[in-house]
Design a protein around this ligand. Structure first.
Ligand code: SAM
Length: 216
């Protein structure tokens, strides 16, 4: 019998597989309409993570590699990409910038302790069912001084959060979601023993804001 967790994961894979072909055209335009770009986002990630040559990067929720491509342009880093959708990974492979591309759920990372200096993730966390588990895994696989740059969409207030399931179902090809308010995510981050060193908004205010955290 299929349990709730397996069903959630199955729906996630289906939705993102379905979106893979048209994803990039849609989202590049959407970010521009908000007043920033994937180039700007990559630059925020590289600067705020204090990247230095030779560091190993892990990108969670690679999608088609649109963000990884911009990060690579800035630093030609050694990047491992990880995503639950095989179709998204097939698109990302076409970018020819990833050292490895691995399929799986961010709740359980197939890497040893302290494998990466920098972990970054764009617009994935709201799709993760157990965000405590995913953040604990990020903590485990990053080096002691390593940084996590987490970028995601957050409902502007609790009224919007109450109906947030509809947002992903409508705009993310039927994907299930688990949106948290910024203050709720901050509590989850704290409960994993990670510390927030910086945060900020990207682009204009909407019902869902784009926001980043620098965590270590
Ligand atoms: C909205 S896309 C973002 C893609 C890319 N990071 C970007 O900035 O454009 C979210 C990606 O996260 C992946 N994803 C969602 N939930 C995941 C999970 N639990 N584990 C791993 N990948 C996941 C999806 O398959 C999808 O490719």
């Amino acid at each position: 019998m299929i349990n709730e967790k397996n069903l959630y994961e199955k729906k996630l894979k289906m939705a993102f597989d379905k979106w893979a072909d048209s994803y990039e055209i849609e989202v590049v335009h959407k970010l521009k309409k908000r007043g920033y770009s994937y180039e700007d986002l990559a630059s925020t990630i590289v600067c705020k993570s204090e990247y230095k040559q030779g560091m190993k990067l892990l990108e969670l929720g690679t999608g088609t590699g649109v963000l990884g491509g911009e990060v690579y342009k800035l630093c030609e880093a050694d990047i491992t990409g990880f995503d639950i959708s095989k179709k998204m990974l097939q698109e990302a492979a076409k970018k020819n910038i990833y050292k490895n591309l691995i399929n799986g759920n961010a709740e359980s990372l197939p890497f040893g302790n302290q494998s990466f200096d920098i972990i970054y993730t764009g617009f994935m966390l709201h799709s993760v069912l157990d965000q405590y588990k995913a953040l604990s895994e990020m903590k485990r696989v990053k080096t002691d001084n390593g940084k996590i740059i987490l970028v995601d969409l957050f409902p502007l207030n609790s009224d919007i959060a109450k109906i947030s399931r509809v947002h992903s179902e409508k705009y993310e090809y039927g994907a299930p979601s688990n949106y948290l308010l910024t203050e709720q995510l901050e509590e989850v981050i704290g409960s994993t023993g990670l510390t927030i060193y910086g945060q900020g908004q990207l682009g204009e205010d909407r019902e869902y804001i784009h926001y980043y955290y620098i965590i270590a």
